[in-house]
Write a protein that binds this ligand. Structure first.
Ligand code: SAM
Length: 288
């Protein structure tokens, strides 16, 4: 196989940042080297991450699902047999006319850098009709299941401060899905690491606040989301991977929790943002 190399690599303490396309970069990682993968890929047709190779800008949501399955197949290869994969992925609506790539195109709240094409059409797949909810999280989950992953849990992330939506003919959306996948049935899961306040086993709905004071990245997920997945799915010293790292939340939380991190990000500006956040942590001795 032809050896590819990521555009650039930066190491900050226990974190490696690989700047490039996950489709190329993951192939460079050793098989069975990673314990836990926590990630949130671009949602289909929503935000513009300003790179020609970005995921989420495919003409069809079917192609998007196929692309994700291919990337996560590589994630399965690099996971240890006891490894877990935590996937946060969002949904959207099919639309005729208006803006968006016929995707989740509501122009709402303070979303920025939206993918916008005028006069979009409902994609010709899955029997979709104007205003149909795609059900993308489950379509991705079923496709991954079919590809070999064991689907172990669907966790509902309940947003404390959801983005306002200007809709009048359906309830406003205030939740997202997080799926827990395992590579093999005997996977590592530390059920003592995160518990309910009562001491009971953690439930599959997580009420989480957004982070405040973030950088320039438009879609940062909550630190607490990453913290829970990493604590449940890994031990100190393990490697945690995020193939769509954005501003590096997964890596920063992983290093805070004494894990090692591998972050892959296509857009150099966001990769530099995570580098800066990680360096700040090292300088301020947030972790030693
Ligand atoms: C939803 S954001 C992740 C945000 C991250 N969880 C955080 O808290 O900052 C998805 C990221 O995937 C990146 N991306 C898009 N296509 C990619 C690809 N083919 N390979 C690697 N990264 C990609 C985008 O630039 C974007 O920063």
């Amino acid at each position: 196989m032809e050896q590819q190399s990521p555009a650039q690599e930066v190491t900050v303490g226990n974190a490696r940042i690989l700047i490039g396309d996950s489709r190329d970069v993951l192939a460079l990682l050793d098989s069975e080297s990673v314990q836990c993968c926590v990630t949130s890929p671009p949602y289909w047709g929503l935000r513009d991450y300003e790179h020609p190779a970005q995921l989420g800008a495919e003409e069809s949501p079917k192609q998007y699902v196929e692309n994700l399955v291919g990337i996560f197949r590589e994630v399965r290869r690099v996971l240890r047999p006891t490894g877990t994969f935590w996937l946060n992925v969002g949904d959207g609506y099919a639309r005729n006319g208006g803006v968006g790539v016929c995707g989740p195109n509501a122009k709402v709240g303070n979303t920025k850098r939206l993918i916008q094409k005028r006069n979009c059409r409902v994609p010709d797949c899955w029997g979709l009709k104007d205003r149909d909810l795609f059900g993308l999280p489950w379509r991705v989950a079923f496709a991954l299941q079919e590809d070999g992953w064991i689907l172990r849990s669907k966790i509902t992330w309940v947003k404390k401060t959801p983005m306002p939506e200007s809709v009048r003919n359906r309830p406003s959306s205030a939740t997202e899905e997080i799926f827990l996948f395992a590579k093999e049935p005997g996977y590592y899961y530390d059920n003592q690491a995160v518990r309910e306040r009562s001491g009971a086993n953690l439930r599959n709905y997580w009420i989480l606040s957004s982070n405040t004071g973030g950088g320039s990245h438009p879609a940062v997920f909550p630190h607490e989301l990453a913290r829970r997945c990493i604590l449940l799915g890994s031990r100190p010293g393990d490697i945690v991977l995020d193939p769509f790292a954005g501003s590096g939340t997964t890596g920063i939380v992983a290093v805070e929790l004494r894990r090692k991190a591998i972050l892959v990000e296509l857009n150099e500006a966001y990769a530099r943002e995570s580098e800066e956040r990680l360096r700040k942590g090292v300088q301020e001795r947030l972790w030693a």
